[in-house]
Design a protein around this ligand. Sequence first.
Ligand code: MCA
Ligand code: AMP
Length: 494
Amino acid sequence: MLQLLENAQKFGNGTAIISNSKSYRYSELLDVSHRVAATLMNNKGDLNETRVAFMVNPGFDYVATQWGIWQAGGIAVPICISYPAESIEHVLDDANCSVVVTAGEYFDILKPLVNQRELRIIKTNEFYADKDGLPEIEIDRRAMILYTSGTTGKPKGVVTTHQNIESQIKTLVRAWNWSSDDHILNVLPLHHVHGIINVVSCALWSGATCQFINGFKAEKVFEIFLKGNINVFMAVPTIYYKLIAYWEQLGLDEQKELTNRLTQFRLMISGSAALPVSVMDKWKTISNQTLLERYGMTEIGMAISNPYDGERRPGHIGQPLPGVQVRLVDDSGNRVPNGESGEIQVKGSNVFLEYWKRPEATKESFTTDGWFKTGDVARMDNGSYKILGRTSVDIIKSGGYKLSALEIEEVLRTHPSIKDCGVVGIPHEEWGELVCAGLVASGKIDMDELSEWIKLKLPSYKTPREYKVLDDLPRNVMGKVTKKELQQLFIEAS
Ligand code: MCA
Ligand code: AMP
């Protein structure tokens, strides 16, 4: 039996999840997930890595579905709940999903897509099947596919095995002192590692309580904090920025009350994007908490973290986590000396198995001796890694989401009034980077129409926030678009 589930048996009567104002014990979670597994198996005995997509709000049903898929021997493919139809179709088709699990609110968007493909669709309130015998799940089986944007067009499926997932969880549980006394609030989307592994899976591995709200709202988060049970929190820098902005406009008494409460937390963590030192400092004055910044990636889980005990250095990501090997190399693949910049490369059982159905991309992302090439550039600075940037300008981090400039450009180019375009990220205090698009028109571009049009093609977090219509994109002598110059055009205008 998978260790996550074995642990859950031990914690039987403890509160596993609070969602929609209801508490659920570990035993209930196991019971329902077992029914999910039986329904999915449909008397087949083992799903044998069938891909099961699920579009379910963060909460009890989400976890019960995920655990059910795993117990039935399937591969869990979470779908972002704010995806428009085109993005959903990419996941269903790329992963060749055979079954889709959903809740009522997403049924209408999914139904036609599922019908066209003749897939099985199950609503979370239809897990009626009696519990059935469960297959033995070997730890090296594929467990999950998460879609991530890269330096090529459409998002790629990152495949992790149960072993990868266990290794990612175990490292963090140890490094960050998780225990069954912990109570965490999840505000993050559950189609990415940050929410799925660092928050939900680490909590449930440890017998802690994981409370959910559907989507982030600063007011709601503080309201829950004030109730007094939450003692661990993890978020992206944009969320801390928004919490600070909300706190600042409160009255003095309310500010004090919140500060008192925040001071009692055991641990607060930031990750997924660079934590500005200004945000870390501000948060410290508000909460008396020194944010623990760590570094990770969908393909590797977490790799580098500031210490739980010991100095958490502003502007630095810390040291390799136990069991994770990290090195910095130059363009020729040689290790760089301390103080010099190089690409972060990672090895360990935390590292993913493959990009789904993309053997070439998988091969290219590893060195011949098995190190995963992250594309992030860092230097070792007095015993702590410091991120300096990325090897590609076509990767943008906005709101903690990794975006591909090329994916957004490909979509924009399909608009009838756009002849060519270039997408860049520019530095932004709140969002980390802001997505901007330079457009070359082939007719008159109606900006309102374009904004509505793109919402049907991409989720909101991938859509450009600023547009500029140009006679041509800035190019070098070879005719290649110079992204740095394009960035500059937007920076100067901001
Ligand atoms: C939304 N808006 C934006 C952006 N996103 N504006 C500029 N840039 C953006 N990126 C605008 C919307 O259009 C809207 O504007 C307003 O902000 C509110 O939109 P909403 O969608 O409600 O935003 P939100 O809920 O406030 O979202 C902010 C957020 C969210 C909570 C920070 O972006 C988020 O959940 N980010 C976390 C992503 C994450 O988990 N990443 C982990 C992946 P208007 O009001 O004008 O319409 S990385 C990972 O997993 C690795 C392993 C790691 O290291 O962790
Ligand atoms: P994703 O592909 O969404 O998993 O995003 C992973 C990327 O987020 C990494 O490759 C980094 O570029 C970035 N990232 C994660 N944590 C940090 C951090 N603490 N500081 C800077 N960048 C980070």
